[in-house]
Design a protein around this ligand. Structure first.
Ligand code: ADP
Ligand code: MG
Length: 823
């Protein structure tokens, strides 16, 4: 018997157990004994050492046998438990053990004094050994059955190959890959991981995950979750790698065995800085987009407000224009009759004085309706290149008188002021209106500042405006230190008849006139005002690239009559009557027509007519521009003068007179009309004189042509005048070429050589002076002759000759150096 038998008893062992021990030793059993008090500890220790006993003998006298049995069974799952007691105790002990759970079925009870005890013990030991043997065989068989079949050569090579693939895949991956075991120790890390963490690849295995640079406390938590069964987790964090903290994304994946048991975790780590940047940019773009949308919405709102305001003013403008037009016709009739009465009542001072008052009222009415027309943008404007600085300086005296002594006036003119395209008379009215308003606002004490400067209105500025394009402007600002305006007043200030002044003091027309003028001139106006502090009006007028043009002031020509024939075309019969009467009074022969058709009939009849004086707006099929055109065809020498209560686009394009079109606005005074007609006819007479003079010398001009003809570039915007001048020069044996404006002349200068440039100074667009400067630059030998109503131009750095208007043939010959030849 080499397998041991364990005897468990109380301490000290009772005497009968000594005898039993002797018996068993004598029978050859390999007996170990132990005391029940130490049983737990001892059997536990012993269980780890040596061979487990086949039979465990337990002396039932130790007490609490069930518990002891359960404990022993836990330590020796295979051994046979044999309980010893006296014969009488056997049934009770059996009952107790049968009720004890978890002691299995290999147990028995024997009486201590049973003479067959040795045999019983031997049989139990034998049974244990048989069971163990059976178990071992079963285990072996199971192991054999479960063991994988040994791989054959091909399979093995495949296995190796797939491992290589896996390795090369992992080592080439740009993502960092780290494999952790169940204790979060690094088993494997690929090259990207080593370089990301800046740890030598060989040093990676064996590191604790907590030693990796990407470790955060949250990391540990994610690993725990994976260990507890979560299959997959993605986290983003910033980690201390390199010099800028690096944003990374980590994917945790659970690795399990076939039965789902936890083996470890793989980490796939990605540098997501590019993605972060893209995300940040996206957010930045979105924010910017939102800002832009807000800005645009705001701009749109502002533009809408501006649009609504200008639409309102536009609507009022239409109404106003219509009223003013009719009003002007009425004033014209009244005024003309009053003037004729004046002539009749020459000997009656009382009547004369009354008439004077009535005429003054007509004048006031005329002023009123002219302001209304300005607002309606129906005032015929004669915009010319103008130096605003000079206008303001010339007004100095007037302004000081208007403002009174207690208001200081300061004028600031920016250097190198650009030239603006404006109607000078209207601009003077604008400045006067603003000054008067300022005076009223300052209650006769304060300071008025007039500033002039160059200004660029940029795209951003004009975006919110409906009326002006971006570009270069001359800015006129009029500021006062007066009462200022409330926002409500500011909003309505430009409306005609809007006034905050007491009855009889304000007409509410000043600013409407200013507004209409600025708009009609292609400009922009803006009010800046603060209640109690003062007001600034800023006016922007479009810049023009030309020197200031000097225009003839018709007002200076004395009014006189003549004996020429004038055809008056006017559908308002009352008006027609007064006009005819007025003209006859001045000595002219008159013919009259009620519309375009009857006017044409007269023209075609062959009666010689010097001047066609026609209303712009007329009933019937023949409109006034068409009438003028046909009249010139039928009688080429005819002059045309238009008149109108207001001017339609038919004749005034965009509110500006067509070059060469003559117009007198209703209501006009007898003197104005006399002057205007006198001026037109005098020019004509002069031209005729020139021609007659030429006729007389015609025989001798052949001599002149013997001299070398000079190439003369003639620039004149009035086509008739241009033709005539060219004709004259040809008769003088010269070689003239005509151009209608400066640009055309420049074109000709680029193509051919000239000896002389004979140019008007006031030309549309580029002025004659600018043209001369450019021409001289191109052709330095060119002789420059300015034909103008004013004196010599002396501020140029080359020599020029002036031919003052009106000139005669002799003057022309003299300046061209032809005098001797023809004398
Ligand atoms: P009027 O001068 O006849 O009242 P305007 O059209 O010239 O008419 O002006 C309209 C209104 O605008 C004025 O009644 C006044 O309330 C306001 N206003 C104009 N200019 C100024 C200014 N410089 N300071 C304060 N308020 C002004
Ligand atoms: Mg006013």
């Amino acid at each position: 018997m080499n397998r041991p038998i364990l005897l468990v008893s109380g301490a000290p062992a009772p005497a009968h157990l000594f005898q039993l021990r002797e018996r068993l030793l004598a029978a050859g059993f390999h007996l170990e004994s132990t005391a029940s008090a130490q049983a737990v500890e001892l059997v536990r220790e012993k269980a780890g050492l040596g061979q487990a006993p086949d039979v465990i003998l337990v002396d039932a006298a130790v007490g609490r046998v069930g518990m002891l049995a359960r404990m022993l069974r836990g330590v020796y799952p295979a051994g046979h438990l044999m309980f010893l007691c006296s014969n009488e105790q056997v049934p009770a002990l059996r009952l107790e053990l049968q009720r004890t759970p978890m002691i299995g079925s290999y147990w028995s009870i024997a009486a201590v004094d049973d003479p067959a005890l040795e045999r019983l013990i031997a049989e139990a030991a034998h049974g244990t050994q048989r069971r163990l043997k059976l178990r071992t065989t079963l285990d072996k068989a199971n192991t054999l059955l479960q063991a994988p079949r040994p791989a054959d050569g091909l399979e093995y090579r495949r296995l190796l190959m797939s491992q290589r693939y896996l390795e090369s895949f992992l080592s080439q991956s740009s993502d960092a890959v780290v494999a952790l075991d169940h204790r979060a120790t690094v088993l494997y890390a690929n090259a990207s991981a080593a370089s990301l963490f800046a740890i030598h690849a060989a040093d990676m295995p064996g590191l604790q995950a907590s030693a990796l640079p990407c470790w955060t406390p949250a990391f540990g938590e994610y690993l725990d979750r994976i260990a507890r069964g979560e299959r997959f987790h993605t986290a983003e964090c910033d980690c201390d790698i390199g010099e800028r903290r690096l944003p990374i994304e980590v994917v945790f994946s659970r690795v399990a065995d076939e039965t789902g048991g936890f083996l470890g975790t793989t980490l796939v780590i990605r540098d997501i800085s590019a993605r972060r940047i893209a995300q940040d940019q996206l957010i930045a773009h979105q924010t910017r987009l939102e800002e832009l949308v807000n800005e645009r919405t705001e701009a749109l709102r502002t533009a809408e407000v501006a649009l609504r305001q200008s639409q309102k003013l536009e609507a009022i403008g239409k109404l106003t224009g219509g009223v003013a037009h009719d009003f002007n016709n009425i004033l014209q009739v009244i005024g003309s009759n009053l003037e004729m009465l004046q002539a009749e009542a020459r000997d009656n001072p009382v009547t004369l004085a009354r008439l004077q008052k009535a005429i003054a009222s007509v004048d006031r009415g005329a002023k009123l309706s002219s302001q209304l027309l300005s607002f309606a943008r129906r005032q015929p404007l004669q915009p010319v290149p103008t130096n605003l600085g000079r206008i303001v300086r010339d007004m100095d005296d007037l302004l000081r008188r208007v403002l009174g002594e207690s208001i200081e006036v300061e004028t600031i003119v920016g250097g190198g002021l650009w030239t603006a395209m404006v109607d000078r008379n209207q601009l003077e009215n604008v400045i006067l209106n603003l000054a008067i308003n300022a005076r009223d606002a300052m209650q006769s004490e304060g300071r008025l500042t007039i500033e002039l400067g160059n200004a660029m209105l940029d795209d951003a500025y004009v975006e919110a405006l409906t009326d002006v394009p971006a570009g270069q402007y001359v800015m006129l600002a009029v500021s006062d230190t007066g009462s200022g305006m409330s926002p409500e007043t500011m909003e309505r200030a430009f409306e005609p008849f809007f006034t905050t002044k007491p009855e009889g003091e304000g007409t509410g027309l000043g600013l409407s006139m200013v507004y209409g003028f600025v708009k009609q001139s292609g400009g922009h106006i803006r009010i800046y005002s603060e209640l109690g502090h003062g007001t600034t009006f800023k006016i922007y007028l479009p810049r023009v690239h030309a020197s200031e043009a000097l225009i003839e002031d018709v007002r200076r020509i004395p009014a006189s009559g003549g004996s020429e024939t004038i055809l008056v075309v006017e559908d308002d019969l009352a008006l027609q009557g007064t006009v005819v009467e007025m003209l006859s009074g001045l000595g002219y022969k008159t013919l009259k027509a009620n519309d375009g058709e009857s006017a044409l009939t007269i023209l075609k009849s062959g009666i010689h007519i010097d001047l066609l004086f026609t209303d712009v707006v007329m009933p019937g099929n023949v409109k006034s521009p068409e009438l003028a055109r046909q009249a010139k065809e039928i009688q080429p020498g005819i002059d045309v003068l238009f008149t109108s209560g207001y001017t339609q686009n038919a004749i005034v394009h965009g509110g500006r007179l067509d070059p060469g079109v003559e117009l007198i606005s209703k209501p006009y005074r007898r003197d104005d009309l006399a002057r205007k007609i006198g001026h037109l006819l005098a020019n004509k007479r002069q031209a005729l004189n020139l021609l007659t003079a030429l006729d007389k010398r015609e025989v001798r001009s052949e001599e002149a042509s013997a001299a070398l003809p000079r190439r003369i570039l003639v620039v004149e915007d009035n086509p008739d005048a241009l033709d005539m001048l060219c004709e004259l020069l040809k008769m003088l044996g010269q070689d003239p070429q005509g151009a209608g404006d400066g640009e055309e002349a420049i074109g000709l200068l680029a193509e051919q050589e000239f000896d002389v440039l004979l140019t008007d100074i006031g030309l549309p667009g580029m002025s004659g002076i600018d043209l001369a400067v450019q021409a001289k630059h191109r052709q330095p030998a060119l002789k420059i002759v300015f034909a103008s109503g004013y004196g010599a131009v002396d501020d140029l750095d080359f020599e020029t000759v002036s031919l003052p208007k009106p000139y005669d043939l002799a003057d022309l010959q003299r300046v061209l150096g032809l005098g001797d030849k023809l004398a």
